[in-house]
Ligand binder design. Structure first.
Ligand code: NAD
Length: 250
């Protein structure tokens, strides 16, 4: 395994499960010190144990990313644990309420915007503060194919993911001259616990939307995030990268 992230510190939110867990493990395999963060402490600690078993450094910090103070504390803890913040992946997210727009509850709307969009702004803001003092850094925000197109029944999720792409582009332009690269990744439907709220029938329908003929794997998203986080992507910023089995092309 290429240790191209050796000596770098990587922070990842929503790292106790699914895509975030796969990214955290791969950051460790590439030699980074990993700050694993999630609201799920039990599973988060298990991810830390898996990373440290391979010889890499990892810590867990519990933070609810919909709370700006906890995002700030998470960034501070990362720097005090490892001495820098070189890479951040703002990944935590939920599926949220599924309802047509006119039926969508105000409570559900506020929840999805808080957890999936405000969280990315909070983390980005505090990560940038540190990276600006360092004069370098890389940030990857977890969007979705639903940051590029709509789908019936998920207006809140779609809005949050579109917002992440706009925020990514804006911040990337602002901070490219300061040595900070910021990109967004857009997975198609990936077989993780996030999809557990969907019936088998709906999952089969989702498969048919991907020309590759299956759902994606968390590890397939993680590979793209690692590349964007590394010096191999040194001329890449402000971009949105789908990893979607052809969903958007179709
Ligand atoms: P997952 O449910 O497996 O993992 C999400 C993790 O986020 C969980 O560990 C959960 O505890 C954590 N989390 C939830 N709310 C949180 C909060 N308020 N603060 C901190 N952590 C919180 O889901 P996943 O499929 O791995 O999704 C990860 C990201 O990928 C999400 O942003 C999701 O929108 C995005 N995504 C997923 C898919 C998919 O099909 N699975 C597709 C496109 C984008």
């Amino acid at each position: 395994m290429d240790k191209d992230l050796q000596g770098k510190t990587a922070l990842i939110t929503g790292a106790a499960s699914g895509i975030g867990k796969a990214i955290a493990l791969l950051y460790g395999q590439h030699g980074a010190n990993v700050m694993v963060s999630d609201i799920d402490e039990v599973q988060g600690q298990q991810v830390v144990e898996q990373i440290t078993a391979t010889g890499a450094n990892a810590r867990f910090f519990k933070a609810d990313v919909s709370d700006s103070a906890q995002c700030r504390q998470l960034v501070q803890e990362t720097v005090s644990a490892f001495g820098s913040l070189d890479i951040a992946c703002n990944n935590a997210g939920i599926g949220g309420e599924m309802n047509l727009t006119a039926d969508y509850s105000l409570e559900g709307w506020h929840q999805i915007i808080n957890v999936n969009l405000n969280s990315v702004f909070f983390c980005l803001k505090y990560e940038l503060e540190v990276m600006l003092t360092q004069g370098a850094g890389v940030i990857v925000n977890m969007a979705s194919i639903l940051g590029q197109v709509g789908t019936p029944g998920s207006p809140g999720y779609v809005t949050a993911k579109h917002g992440i792409i706009g925020l990514t582009q804006t911040a990337a332009i602002e901070y490219a001259p300061k040595g900070i690269r910021i990109n967004a990744v857009g997975p198609g439907y990936i077989d993780t616990p996030l999809l557990s709220q969907l019936s088998t029938e709906v999952k089969e329908q989702l498969v048919s939307l991907h020309p590759i003929g299956r759902l994606g794997k968390a590890e397939e998203v993680a590979e793209l995030v690692i590349w964007l986080s590394s010096a191999k992507a040194s001329f890449v910023t402000g971009s949105y990268y789908p990893v979607d089995g052809g969903y958007l092309a179709k």
